[in-house]
Structure formats: structure tokens, C-alpha cells
Design a protein around this ligand. Structure first.
Ligand SMILES: [Mn+2]
Length: 362
């Protein structure tokens, strides 16, 4: 039985938002513990769609207090979600403060690997079955805000290769967040794709056995936006077949995918229906970002769920036919013109997903 989920950014972890998600039909929750919008005193409270800028990225890493990652805090958050009627299905993303030297192969790599292993064990102990991550140096960067969604709705996308996605990533920044504000001037050294795969290889060989023993599925998000390079740094999964390479490094039920339909459809190769069927049939999809887009890199727009190039109804039918029993969540949506732009966008997507789900279930 497929599960309908709802994703919460850290600042949205409130009882009112849990109720909102349940009212939309969600039964499961994905939590972002990383505070993407933390910019010190100048905290960007109003934001609910991380875009950021070239200098600062989204903001400062490590804005989430360390104890928010403890077993006690996870159990308490789980109890709050359960109280509202939601299962705590997944945490999405490691904090760059916890793994910058794993991504960059820096001096704290071993210490940080030990930390991530402890996080995975605590997540397991709290009974949270999935941990989503995105092994990326530049992270989700190089996108623009536009009003290209239906009715002039504010959304994000790319309009060609420009200085936003070619400006070299500075020292002290990784994953589009600043992890060291005191870093000297200069750019992160550019590495090859082979070197990035070598780093992923080391990460998976360390983490997957721990995740497997503990009972947590690690789930990889593809590179968003899916270009071969962003800000001078190579990308891992920017074509659909590259997901297979990631899976084959450590074959395990616990080396799985955070399957982003929008990002996969922005890729220049592959047929989204065939790609969806291929990975779902392998049993490798831990959960799905169920959203739509128009165009391909480097020219695309994130759209409302029913106006993009993906036939979402056909995808839902494929999921049903393949016996998919994981979670689907809306991921991001365009912002609607009203007093609650983010909530309205989510409610619209959730209603649409719920109807599609009902159709294939009946
Ligand atoms: Mn996504």
C-alpha cells in the first residue's frame, strides 16, 4: 500500500502544520532537520523555497542545535507527529556542518563519518525507517526564481547557463551552505567526476553496513539541477543511468533512492516512465518526490503538478502496477497568490496526488 507523505522544513515543525498535513490527507511525514534558512541574526524566516544567493548560498550550516539530532529529540519529535496522526517515515538530508569533510575529503572525514554513523543508529533507534541524502559538493544551487508557473505563480528553475551556476564555489561553502565563515578567500579546488565517485564509494562502504545493521534505508537524491558541473564542481547523478552506478557500489536494500521525478525529468537523457519502472521494479525506491516540471536543463521550470511534461497519472499507474509500497510526497511546488502561498501550493498538490492514488487503488 502506497503511503501519502508530507515534507516539513525545520521551521515548519509545528502542531498547526502537522494538522494541516493530516487535513490534506497525509499519513506520513518527512522531516528536514537541517535549517536551510539560517543566516545568523538575519534569519530568513519568510522563505519556504530555498534558492539563496551566490555569496552565502542558502545560509549557514549548523544552525540546527546539535541536540536536535539526539535520540531523545528524535523520539520526542516522533511522539509529536504520532500525536497529530502522522508516521515519522524519513529524515531528509545531513547537515553540511556534519559532513563537509566527507564531501570534500578533508581532515575531519573520519570523525564526521563516525558522527553520521551515530546519527543513523539513533534514527534507527527512534524507529524512523528512511534517511534521505544528496551527495553533492555544490548542492541545490544555480537556480533562479521566476513567475513562469501557471498564472504567474512564483517558482524556481533555470534559464540557461549563467554566472549563478558558473561562479566557482568559494572555500568554506559546500552543499550550497557556508560551513566555515572564517575560510580564506578563494575557490574550492575543482575535482574530477572520478574523484567524486571515489568519495561516494568510500561513503557508501562505510555507511551502508551501519544502516543495514541498524535497519535504516539510505536514500539518494539525484543532483538538482542535473548538470554535469555546477559552480565548477562535478555532479554524480545527472542522467538516469547514473543512479544504477550508485546502487551497484554496495548492493543492499539499505542503499536506496530518494526518487525525485522533477529532477529526473529535467535530465537530458532517458524516458521518465521507463526510468521510474526500472528503479521501482528493483525495489530500490525508498520514497518519491512526486512533482512536475517543464523543460530540461539548462532551461526548465518547476510547475504545478498538472501542468508539466510528466503525465503524473501514468506514473501513479506504473507505481501501482509495480506494487510500489513506499511513500510519495509533493516535494516543492510553485507558490500560490494568497495569504499562505506555500500551504496553498502544497494543498493543491496533495489533493491531486490523493485523487490519483484513489483512482489507481479502486
Ligand atoms: Mn527533489
Amino acid at each position: 500500500m502506497m503511503k501519502l507523505g508530507f515534507g516539513f522544513y525545520r521551521h515548519m515543525l509545528t502542531p498547526a502544520n502537522y494538522d494541516f498535513a493530516v487535513q490534506c490527507g497525509a499519513t506520513h511525514a518527512v522531516v528536514h532537520l537541517v535549517d536551510y534558512f539560517y543566516q545568523g541574526a538575519d534569519r530568513q524566516n519568510g522563505h519556504n523555497q530555498p534558492v539563496g544567493n551566490v555569496e552565502l548560498g542558502w545560509g549557514y550550516a549548523g544552525g540546527t542545535p546539535d541536540d536536535a539530532w539526539s535520540l531523545e529529540a528524535l523520539l520526542s519529535l516522533k511522539a509529536e507527529l504520532n500525536e497529530a496522526g502522522l508516521e515519522f517515515e524519513a529524515i531528509e538530508n545531513f547537515d553540511p556542518a556534519h559532513w563537509h569533510d566527507i564531501l570534500l575529503d578533508g581532515p575531519k572525514r573520519a570523525e564526521q563519518l563516525a558522527r553520521l554513523k551515530q546519527i543513523i543508529r539513533d534514527v534507527a533507534a527512534a524507529g524512523i525507517p528512511v534517511f534521505g541524502y544528496n551527495f553533492s559538493i555544490a548542492g541545490v544551487s544555480g537556480r533562479h526564481v521566476s513567475t513562469e508557473a501557471r498564472g504567474g505563480a512564483e517558482t524556481v528553475g533555470m534559464c540557461g547557463i549563467d554566472e549563478i551556476n558558473t561562479t566557482p564555489l568559494p572555500l568554506g561553502m559546500v552543499w550550497n551552505m557556508v560551513y566555515d565563515p572564517q575560510a580564506p578567500q578563494g575557490a574550492q579546488p575543482q575535482i574530477t567526476h572520478d574523484e567524486l565517485w571515489r568519495r561516494l564509494d568510500g561513503f557508501l562502504r562505510e555507511l551502508v553496513p551501519v544502516a543495514e545493521a541498524a535497519g535504516v534505508r539510505l536514500a539518494a537524491h539525484p543532483d538538482d539541477p542535473p548538470l554535469d558541473y555546477v559552480r565548477g564542481q562535478p555532479r554524480l547523478v545527472y542522467q538516469p543511468h547514473m543512479y544504477q552506478r550508485l546502487l551497484d557500489i554496495v548492493p543492499s536494500d539499505h542503499n536506496a533512492l530518494e526518487f525525485c521525478l522533477g529532477t529526473l525529468s529535467e535530465m537530458t537523457e532517458g524516458d521518465i516512465y521507463e526510468v521510474c519502472e526500472r528503479y521501482v521494479k528493483q525495489g530500490k525506491v525508498a520514497y518519491i518526490h512526486f512533482r512536475n516540471v517543464r523543460g530540461k536543463v539548462p532551461n526548465y521550470t518547476e510547475t504545478f503538478i498538472d501542468e508539466g511534461q510528466i503525465d503524473m497519472r501514468r506514473i501513479m499507474r506504473i507505481l501501482k502496477d509495480c506494487g510500489y509500497d513506499g511513500m510519495v510526497i509533493p516535494d516543492h511546488t510553485p507558490q500560490m497568490s494568497c495569504a499562505a502561498p506555500w500551504h496553498a501550493g502544497m494543498a493543491y498538490a496533495m489533493g491531486y496526488i490523493k485523487a490519483l492514488h484513489l483512482e489507481v487503488s479502486s
